[in-house]
Design a binder for this molecule. Structure first.
Ligand code: ZN
Length: 340
């Protein structure tokens, strides 16, 4: 059997190579791979091969079939290319094969969608460096020198003074140094934590930070902003709630929950049977942060919030493992073609 396969390979490849026109190539295809072709005949003969040799022979035949199919495709391209060289390139001809198009990554799509909602609320967009100074990431945000978040376990330090930012909050201070209130900004971007990856943790992820500063901004403005965002992003009918929390850079600080997108508040696996999902941390900007930015802390108030874009994307698309968002497995990403 193997001898017959080898002989057919040699004969088939040279016949394909010597085909000078599309018609000759098509005739070769029928003789080799057609219903009554030579490869098909060998495949039929497999049943006469002793049972212990049959798997190997079958595999060899399949390889031959693929090899010949590739050779046909290559020769077809060559012949078509030669035709073009003679007649010139005709740009009005339809393309020979569909050109694969890229598509936006689900994370970036969600990032842009969130930004669009805040543009609609009058926000600008700001940006800051991912390699950040300790000063902006911690000191200016009212983290005491001995705060556990500075611990080497959580932060990728690059030197004594520089690190990979652990949050998008440092951009708050950078923007306030440049802009006089009133201001309203969102800062989306990548952040880094020195954590082991599991289904809900990754050493890199995306956050979006919001900052709104003016005279007489209050917690009520924050509440309305959160509700407007939830309604526009997830749809109408989801309640939100604030729970007291602690962040160094806001006072008071809250964690914001919304009713579970999956069960609507009844309780399910996604929300741990509570009916609520935590979607962001927020609060009123701490006077010490205003002082670090050079603002008159008696004249201005403001709120800030931060949310994980990965988490929002996972809720929106029902993705249960954050690592899927970073592995760039096309089988995963292709599911978002046309959806976005
Ligand atoms: Zn639920």
């Amino acid at each position: 059997m193997q001898d017959a396969i080898d002989a057919l390979r040699g004969r088939g490849l040279s016949r394909i190579e010597s085909a000078a026109t599309a018609d000759e190539l098509e005739a070769a295809r029928i003789d080799l791979l057609g219903r009554k072709g030579e490869v098909t005949a060998l495949l039929r003969g497999l049943k006469d091969v002793p049972a212990d040799e049959r798997p190997a022979a079958g595999a060899a035949l399949n390889r031959l079939k693929l090899e010949l199919t590739d050779a046909f495709a290559a020769r077809e391209r060559d012949l078509r290319g030669a035709g073009e060289a003679v007649t010139g390139l005709d740009l009005t001809l339809p393309g020979a094969a569909p050109v694969p198009l890229g598509t936006a990554h689900p994370l970036l799509t969600v990032l842009e969608e969130i930004c669009d909602i805040f543009y609609g609320l009058g926000y600008d967009r700001g940006d800051g460096p991912e390699v950040e100074l300790d000063y902006y990431n911690f000191t200016a945000l009212n983290f005491p020198d001995d705060h556990p978040a500075r611990d080497i376990q959580d932060t990728f330090f690059l030197s004594d003074k520089t690190l990979l930012r652990t949050q998008t909050s440092p951009v708050q201070v950078r923007v306030m140094e440049q802009v006089t209130p009133p201001l309203a900004y969102v800062f989306p971007g990548r952040v880094y934590r020195n954590e082991n990856a599991d289904a809900s943790h990754s050493s890199e992820f995306f956050q979006i930070e919001g900052l709104c500063v003016d005279r007489e901004i209050s917690l009520v403005d924050l509440r309305q902003t959160v509700d407007a965002f939830v309604e526009r992003f997830f749809g109408a009918g989801f309640e939100t709630r604030f729970r007291p929390h602690f962040f160094p850079f806001t006072e008071p600080s809250v964690e914001v929950d919304m009713q579970c997108v999956k069960c609507g508040g009844k309780g399910c696996g996604v929300c741990g049977q509570t009916g609520w999902l935590e979607i962001m941390g927020a609060g009123m900007v701490h006077p010490r942060v205003f002082a670090a930015a050079g603002y008159d802390e008696d004249a201005y108030t403001g709120f800030a919030f931060g949310m994980g874009i990965d988490r929002i994307a996972m809720l929106k698309y029902g993705v249960d493992d954050i690592r899927l968002l970073y592995e760039n497995d096309l089988r995963f990403l292709n599911q978002f073609r046309g959806v976005l």
